[in-house]
Design a protein around this ligand. Structure first.
Ligand code: TRP
Length: 326
C-alpha cells in the first residue's frame, strides 16, 4: 500500500467547505492508502495566533475529523510539535535550500507583499513542510493546488540530498483531488468559503446550530432569473447550492439538476438546507461524544509513539550521511 500524508491545519475553524472539499476526500483515501494525518501546529505560528484558541482548536479539529469519518484504526494521527524530529530535519534541509529557490515560493511572496512584518518562519515554512513529508517515506501528499509548489520543493530537496549523500529519502508526489468540489461563500459566491474574522454570514461552520445553518442557506445570494441551472460563471450562487447538494447526496451534477428541474429558488434552498442540517447534525452528535471523552488524547499519544520511532530512524540516517554527530 502506498503511503499518503495529509495536514490538518489548526489555524482556522472547519467549515462546510473544508468538509466537502477536503475531509470527505481523506475519508476516501483511507481505504486506498496507508494514511498519515497530522496537525502542523508549528506551521500555524508563522503568523500570530492566540495561544488559548490555538490549543483548543488543535483538539477540536482532530475531534471533528474523527466525527466526519476519519478512522483512527486506518490512519496514523499525530501532532507535529509532539515529534521534535520535524524541526531537526528541517534544519538540515534549510542548509540545502538556496535563498533563490525559497524566495520563489509564490505563497510566501503573496503573503509578504500583503503584510509589512512577515516572520522568518513564514519564509522557511516550505522547508519544514519538506521535513514533515520526507521523514516518513511518503509517496503521496494530499494537498490543494496552492500547496503543489511546496511539494515540488520537497521533491527537489529529496533528490538533492539523495544525489549528494546517497539514497535516503523517498521522492513524494502531490495528490490533488481531480473533481474536488470547491464550495463558495454563500454571500459572495465567487470567493471560496472560508472562515475570515468578523463576517461569517456566507460561511457554514461544522458546529453551527440548525437554526443558523438554515438562516445562512435561506439568505444565500442567488440571481434573478429563477432558472435552476449549473453554470458557475453566470450563476455562481445557484451553482454553489447545487454543488453542495450533489456532494452531500453523493450524486452527480446531472442527477442534481434533474432533481431540481422546474422548482423555484425557495424550494432549492429549503432542500439544500435539509441535507446540510442532516449531514452536520450527524457529525455534531459524534463530535460531542468525542470531545467529551479522552479519545483525542489517546489517539494523539498512540500516533506520537509510532511516528517518533519512524522519524528517529530516518533522522539519524540523514545525520550520519551528512557527517554530523559522533
Ligand atoms: N502547508 C499546508 C497547508 O497550508 C499544511 C502542511 C504543513 C502540510 N506541512 C504539511 C500538508 C505536510 C501536507 C504535508 O495546507
Amino acid at each position: 500500500m502506498k503511503r499518503l500524508l495529509a495536514g490538518l491545519k489548526p489555524s482556522g475553524e472547519l467549515t462546510l467547505g473544508s468538509y466537502i472539499g477536503g475531509i470527505k476526500q481523506s475519508v476516501i483515501y483511507q481505504q486506498e492508502y496507508e494514511s498519515y494525518i497530522f496537525v502542523p501546529d508549528l506551521h500555524s505560528i508563522t503568523v500570530p495566533q492566540d495561544p488559548t484558541i490555538l490549543k483548543e482548536r488543535i483538539k477540536k479539529n482532530v475531534a471533528l475529523y474523527l466525527a466526519c469519518g476519519i478512522d483512527p484504526d486506518k490512519n496514523t494521527i499525530y501532532l507535529q510539535s509532539d515529534n521534535l524530529y520535524h524541526t531537526n530535519l528541517s534544519w538540515i534541509f534549510e542548509c540545502l535550500t538556496y535563498m533563490g529557490e525559497a524566495s520563489r515560493m509564490t505563497q510566501y511572496k503573496d503573503k509578504a507583499s500583503k503584510n509589512k512584518n512577515v516572520s522568518v518562519g513564514l519564509f522557511t515554512y516550505p522547508i519544514l513542510m519538506t521535513a514533515d513529508i520526507l521523514l516518513y517515506d511518503i509517496d503521496y501528499v494530499a494537498v490543494g493546488i496552492d500547496q503543489k509548489q511546496h511539494v515540488e520543493l520537497a521533491r527537489n530537496l529529496a533528490e538533492r540530498f539523495n544525489n549528494r549523500f546517497g539514497n535516503t529519502f523517498t521522492v513524494p508526489n502531490p495528490l490533488i483531488p481531480k473533481i474536488g468540489a470547491k464550495i463558495m461563500d454563500l454571500q459572495n459566491p465567487t470567493k471560496k468559503m472560508s472562515k475570515s474574522e468578523g463576517d461569517t454570514k456566507g460561511t457554514i461552520l461544522l458546529l453551527d446550530s440548525e437554526e443558523i445553518i438554515r438562516k445562512k442557506i435561506m439568505s444565500a445570494v442567488t440571481d434573478s432569473d429563477n432558472k435552476i441551472l449549473y453554470d458557475p460563471e453566470n450563476k455562481p450562487g445557484i451553482s454553489n447550492l447545487l454543488t453542495i447538494y450533489s456532494a452531500l447526496k453523493d450524486i452527480t451534477m446531472e442527477q442534481t439538476v434533474k432533481h431540481f428541474e422546474n422548482m423555484n429558488y425557495g424550494s432549492l434552498k429549503k432542500e439544500v438546507a435539509d441535507v446540510v442540517v442532516d449531514a452536520l447534525t450527524n457529525i455534531q452528535q459524534k463530535y460531542n461524544e468525542i470531545i467529551n471523552s479522552t479519545i483525542v488524547d489517546e489517539i494523539l499519544d498512540k500516533g506520537k509513539e509510532k511516528v517518533i520511532k519512524i522519524a528517529k530512524a530516518k533522522y539519524e540516517e540523514a545525520l550520519k550521511k551528512v557527517g554530523l554527530g559522533r
